[in-house]
Design a protein around this ligand. Structure first.
Ligand code: X2X
Length: 339
């Protein structure tokens, strides 16, 4: 009896100690919102961030992840604004979703601005990325690290898209205002719609098509189940980022800020890596799932580029020609062979 009491006391002591060690009294859980579902690389990036944050803070900080823009009632554009006024702690979202608050964010996704990942990386790691970080800071959002949604590829259920004429009259779901102008330039019939409503809209034929990146979204969110044709035309690039509200950021000392930034950078490096891997093997996967892939030639891509030029010009004006020039100069500096 005596022995048992001792054992129980010892067990209680160990349990209490273990609980304290795992969850200190000062543990803080922050809210992180993103607007894709819980199978995407956005989610995996957010999970990695949570893991690294917990580790870096010795269990004092973590995030609870809310997918599908749940915290904004499904409104994917509203997340950035909420972070900006400190009503939400963290966000993982992509450029196009921030354009209602910060029109300059559309610069990343101007049609055919980028040709490849080297172009992208030169801008996000260079002065253009810093300039965008400054612009977002004015709206109360601290960009911690850039990740990847990716090159957005077009899918539909009517016929293969090989030339601008094939888009004529197609009902296309788009995420934001710039893509409305791009689709109009191509002769399509665009409709802005929340991402969370898009799968059923495609399934029910409310719209004929949509455009999204392969690795980050089309595959994990099983768009292939409701779409027959895909054309990897690489017409627009969409970065994601982890952002934190300026208010929360300012409440931390330099050491904590450095730890949070480091966790975000590592998480986005990982997220970008898995997104590129899944994209590289994506077309094969989509063929196996029954999609018909049309890979356009360089000349055919050129025809899309020409057709979307009016939308490029309109939006270059809106985001500011100097900002566009900064991106273009950074890209062409990287493309020149070193001598
Ligand atoms: O809504 C979309 O298309 C998505 C998921 O790619 C974005 O958030 C821009």
């Amino acid at each position: 009896m005596m022995k048992l009491t001792h054992l129980a006391a010892a067990a209680a002591f160990v349990a209490a100690f273990a609980t304290t060690a795992l969850t200190p009294a000062s543990a803080e859980t922050f809210r992180l919102s993103h607007n894709t579902n819980d199978t995407t690389t956005w989610q995996k990036g957010a999970e990695k961030f949570n893991e690294l944050l917990e580790k870096g803070s010795n269990g004092e900080m973590d995030v609870r992840i809310f997918p599908n823009a749940q915290l904004t009632g499904g409104d994917q554009m509203k997340q950035a604004e909420m972070v900006g006024r400190g009503a939400l702690d963290f966000v993982v979202t992509s450029a196009i979703n921030v354009t209602p608050l910060v029109p300059e964010m559309a610069v990343f996704s101007l049609p055919y601005l980028y040709s490849d990942y080297d172009d992208v990386d030169a801008t996000t790691a260079g002065e253009p990325g810093e300039r965008m970080t400054e612009i977002l800071a004015k709206k109360g959002i601290v960009v911690l690290a850039w990740g990847e949604n990716g090159f957005r590829e077009v899918t539909n259920n009517v016929h293969p898209i090989k030339a601008p004429a094939d888009l004529k009259g197609l009902k296309m779901r788009v995420a934001g205002p710039m893509y409305i102008d791009v689709m109009n330039a191509l002769g399509a019939n665009p409709q802005q719609m929340q991402w969370t409503e898009t799968f059923s809209a495609l399934q029910q034929g409310v719209v004929d098509g949509q455009e999204n990146p392969i690795g980050a979204v089309i595959i994990p969110q099983r768009v292939y189940e409701v779409q027959k044709y895909i054309t990897p035309w690489h017409y627009s690039y969409d970065p994601i980022f982890i952002g934190v509200s300026q208010k929360l950021w300012d409440s931390w000392d330099a050491e904590k800020q450095a730890m949070v930034r480091d966790a975000a950078e590592q998480a986005m490096t990982y997220q970008k890596e898995i997104t590129r891997e899944d994209t590289a093997k994506g077309l094969e996967f989509l063929k196996e799932k029954g999609m018909e892939v049309y890979e356009p030639s360089a000349e055919e891509i050129d025809a899309f580029r020409k057709a979307t030029q009016p939308a490029f010009d309109t939006w270059a004006e809106k985001v500011g020609p100097d900002l566009v020039a900064l991106f273009q100069d950074t890209i062409s500096a990287g493309d020149k062979p070193a001598n």
